[in-house]
Ligand binder design. Sequence first.
Ligand SMILES: C[S@@+](CC[C@H](N)C(=O)[O-])C[C@H]1O[C@@H](n2cnc3c(N)ncnc32)[C@H](O)[C@@H]1O
Length: 212
Amino acid sequence: MDTAHEHHEPRSGPEEWDERYREDDNAIWSGHPNGSLVAEVSDLPPGRALDVGCGEGADAIWLASRGWQVTGIDISQVALDRAAAAAGEAGVEVEWMQGDFVAGLPTAGAYDLVAVHYPALLKSAMDDAIAALLVGVAPGGTLLFVGHAPPDPAEVESHGVDPDDYVQPGDVAERLGADWTIEVWETRERVAPATAPVRHSHDTILRATRRG
Ligand SMILES: C[S@@+](CC[C@H](N)C(=O)[O-])C[C@H]1O[C@@H](n2cnc3c(N)ncnc32)[C@H](O)[C@@H]1O
């Protein structure tokens, strides 16, 4: 678990992420879907979904349980092994893929939903990362990109991760072309999964649709 007041170096490659997951024998995330996913996607008709940086799989599993055909991609095989075990326990099928999505999504232009929660994408790879996400969304499909939004510097200091190191929803919004409609772009208090404490208090949520 993260320790208060310790500064965390940004992680980018598979080794760093595997190491982060291996620091704990147990799951490091809550095992519950993110509140922003539940809020933004519950009313969408199920289709084909891609969860980018799916981690231990709770969001992908929730989507699959609601009838979505889901692929979860993550750079960490350690995380994906946990995700696959959790999907087995939940009795749902999800396709798990290990890889760096910036190098290319599994299937371009094919997803009715591309969901990205707290992706920890370093700004150095920003243009390629955002381009990769955008090409994944099918005509008429939705991009949901959610980042942490600490309201004051004290909150940043308290958990040692500075969101400014990472690609934020506003960076994505700025790169949406004329064929996109922004449905939601706002910062709001984070809805915690039922049994999990909130370490980051606010989210910035971008939900946009590609015109059909
Ligand atoms: C902060 S975690 C968030 C996990 C999950 N989305 C959630 O909300 O619990 C970021 C995840 O993104 C993955 N990741 C980071 N860079 C990635 C990349 N370039 N391609 C695929 N996955 C990546 C990490 O391994 C990690 O599981």
